[in-house]
Design a protein around this ligand. Structure first.
Ligand SMILES: Cc1cc2nc3c(=O)[nH]c(=O)nc-3n(C[C@H](O)[C@H](O)[C@H](O)COP(=O)(O)O)c2cc1C
Ligand code: SF4
Ligand code: SF4
Length: 252
C-alpha cells in the first residue's frame, strides 16, 4: 500500500494539517500539490490498495472550484481515501460534504473525514499559528486510528455534516501589489491561474483570480495584499464566529 498526500494548499495551512495526519498513518507518503501554476501540475498514480489523504481549504463554506477540477483529473482506481476540509476557525459549512461527494463520485472509497483548523489565510490573526502543537497531536492520533481502520479491512463510510445543495459560492478579494513591489515576479510565477501578468505585475486579473492568497503569502517583501479597507471589512464580517477556538472534528 502506498500512502498519498494530496493537497490544494495556497498558503500552507492545508499542507501542514495533511502532513500531520499522514505522519500518524505511516512513516512515508507520496506528496502531490494541486495549487501550483498550471504548467507545474503533476498528478499521482493510484492503485486500489492505496490510501489517499485528500486535503482542501474552505473558501466561503465550499471547496475552491479549481481544487476540485484538478482533483477530478486523478484516476482513483477505487483507492481508499480520507477527506479533509481545512478551515480558518470560522466554519467549514458544506465543504467537507462537497469533498466527500466529489471523492465518492470519482470512485474513491471514503473511510474517514475531518474538518480541521488552520490559520485564516485572509485574516491571519484568526486561528493564528494553527495547526499548533495540540492540533498536531490530535491530527497524528487521528492518523493512527485511520491506519488501524485500514489494516482491519473496515471500509465503513463516515457520515459527514453539510447540506445539499451546497452554499452558493462567494467571490473573494483580489490582491494587488503596492509601491514597494520590486517586480521580482515570484507571485506571477506561482499563481495557480496565471492572474498576474509580468507586464503589469502590480495588478491582478479579477476574472481569473480565485482569491487563494498564494501571492500574498509568497511575496518576500509583503508588497501584495488586499488593502486595509477590505481587510477591515472582512475582519469585521467574521469577527464573531472566529472569536472562540474551534476544534478539529473527526468522522470515522
Ligand atoms: C477566499 C477565502 C475564503 C475563506 N473562507 C473561509 C470560510 O468560509 N470559513 C473558514 O473558517 N475559513 C475560511 N477561509 C480560511 C481558509 O479556509 C484557511 O485559512 C485555510 O487554512 C487556507 O488554506 P491554506 O493555508 O492551505 O491556504 C477562507 C480563505 C479564503 C482565502
Ligand atoms: S492573483 Fe489571485 S489566484 Fe493568483 S495567487 Fe493571488 S489570490 Fe491566488
Ligand atoms: S512577489 Fe511581491 S515584490 Fe515580487 S513581483 Fe510579486 S508583489 Fe512584487
Amino acid at each position: 500500500m502506498n500512502l498519498h498526500q494530496i493537497t490544494f494548499s495556497p498558503t500552507g495551512g492545508t499542507l501542514s494539517v495533511c502532513e500531520s495526519i499522514c505522519k500518524g498513518i505511516a512513516s512515508a507518503s507520496v506528496a502531490t500539490e494541486l495549487c501550483v501554476a498550471a504548467d507545474d501540475l503533476r498528478l499521482p498514480h493510484l492503485s486500489s490498495a492505496d490510501l489517499a489523504v485528500i486535503a482542501m481549504p474552505v473558501f466561503a463554506g465550499r471547496v475552491p472550484a479549481l481544487a476540485l477540477q484538478r482533483l477530478k483529473q486523478i484516476e482513483s482506481n477505487s483507492a481508499r481515501c480520507v477527506v479533509v476540509a481545512v478551515y480558518g476557525n470560522r466554519a467549514y459549512d458544506d465543504a467537507l460534504l462537497e469533498l466527500h461527494d466529489a471523492a465518492k463520485a470519482m470512485g474513491f472509497r471514503v473511510i474517514a473525514a475531518i474538518g480541521a483548523v488552520a490559520q485564516h489565510s485572509i485574516i491571519n490573526n484568526y486561528g493564528n499559528g494553527r495547526p499548533d502543537a495540540d492540533d498536531k497531536t490530535i491530527l497524528q492520533e487521528f492518523g493512527k486510528k485511520i491506519a488501524q481502520k485500514a489494516a482491519s479491512g473496515n471500509l465503513s463510510e463516515p457520515s459527514v455534516p453539510g447540506n445539499r445543495p451546497y452554499k452558493k459560492p462567494m467571490e473573494g478579494p483580489h490582491p494587488t501589489a503596492d509601491r514597494h513591489c520590486n517586480a521580482c515576479g515570484i507571485c506571477a510565477k506561482n499563481c495557480p491561474v496565471g492572474a498576474i501578468s509580468t507586464h503589469n505585475i502590480r495588478k491582478t486579473d479579477k476574472q481569473k483570480c480565485i482569491s487563494c492568497m498564494r501571492c500574498v503569502a509568497e511575496c518576500p517583501i509583503k508588497a501584495r495584499g488586499i488593502g486595509k479597507v477590505m481587510h477591515f471589512i472582512i475582519a469585521q464580517m467574521i469577527k464573531k464566529p472566529c472569536a472562540s477556538r474551534k476544534s478539529n472534528e473527526i468522522y470515522l
